[in-house]
Design a protein around this ligand. Structure first.
Ligand code: NAD
Length: 285
């Protein structure tokens, strides 16, 4: 018996990274999945977002768990895309029990140098994309008087980070949105919660910009990033974390084990939020 037997989960950004871990974990626990992702690059992201091959691989991994996967090419920047993903999901599976609003991008730029397009694209995907995903699926959940929504925020939904004000603003924003969803949807038996991941080993953190950030200088290497992961977290043995740790937390939140848990933001960060900061570059006068 699985923790999600007979359920259906819609996962945005489901083609790879944490989205793939959510898909395979949900399937392992008995759920069919609807995977929504883009296949075209996002212009302002400093790394390639998912491809059709990534999506095909995730579908295969879900099917290996003995569950069904519906792959939908869709962009969380479009309400029409999200509405159509829900419609197709309902046609295929008859219901949707779970939304994992996971799609997101990340980038680095001091806010005073950032052009408005870069700012807007981040907010459009990471914050408004979550709104659109919830907007698409909630009427169906209200009708059924049940549902679980898990939103992927970040430790940057709880604290700032130098060089990515747009990301920090979007991740704080989704925690506010989650709290309001939880409050407004509680009378309908729908729960909403957020997860705040620490540093997770996915393609989002596996490119030169991320190497430089964790190295603390330009020309950083993947090895610098690995070391940086240990400094980022407090808990013994925790460098960059596996996407599985986030999928495990979502599994708990989406299962009956969390039937009375709503409106919370859970850091899954190996103790990162416990660490007191020091100023790495103090300006003395
Ligand atoms: P990832 O880049 O592997 O996955 C993000 C997915 O979102 C990709 O498949 C991408 O194609 C998809 N996506 C991007 N823009 C989209 C759009 N407009 N429409 C539909 N799909 C879109 O990275 P990840 O680490 O798996 O990221 C998952 C979530 O976790 C994101 O919200 C991210 O901000 C958050 N997060 C990541 C980390 C980390 O260290 N990796 C830490 C905290 C939070």
């Amino acid at each position: 018996m699985g923790l999600l037997d007979g359920k259906v989960a819609l996962i945005t950004g489901g083609a790879r990274g944490q989205g793939r871990a959510h898909a395979v974990t949900s399937a392992r626990e008995g759920a069919d999945v609807i995977l929504v992702d883009i296949t075209e690059p996002v212009e302002t992201a400093p790394y390639r977002t998912a491809t059709a091959d990534d999506m095909a691989e995730t579908v295969e991994l879900v099917e290996k768990q003995g569950r069904r996967a519906l792959a939908v090419t869709g962009d969380v920047r479009s309400q029409a895309d999200m509405d159509s993903a829900v419609e197709r999901g309902l046609a295929e599976f008859g219901k949707i029990d779970i939304l994992i609003a996971n799609a997101g991008i990340w980038g680095l730029k001091p806010f005073w140098e950032m052009d408005e397009r870069t700012w807007n694209e981040m907010i459009d995907i990471n914050l408004s994309g979550v709104y659109r995903s919830a907007r698409a699926v909630v009427p169906h959940m209200m009708e059924r008087q049940t549902g679980s929504i898990v939103i992927t925020s970040s430790v940057n939904g709880l604290e700032p980070g130098v060089g990515y004000a747009h990301y920090v603003a979007s991740k704080h924003g989704v925690i506010g949105l989650m709290r309001n969803l939880a409050l407004e949807l509680a009378p309908y038996g729908i729960r909403a919660n957020a997860i705040c991941p620490g540093a997770i080993d996915t393609p989002m953190t596996d490119h030169q910009g991320a190497y430089d950030l964790f190295a603390g200088h330009e020309g950083g290497t993947r090895e610098d990033r690995e070391q940086g992961g240990y400094s980022f977290h407090a808990l013994k043995g925790c460098g960059f974390l596996s996407p599985q740790v986030i999928a495990d937390t979502a599994l708990y939140l989406n299962s009956d084990l969390a039937a009375t848990v709503t409106g919370v933001a859970i850091p899954v960060d190996a103790g990162h939020m416990l660490l007191t900061g020091t100023n790495p570059n103090p300006v003395k006068s």
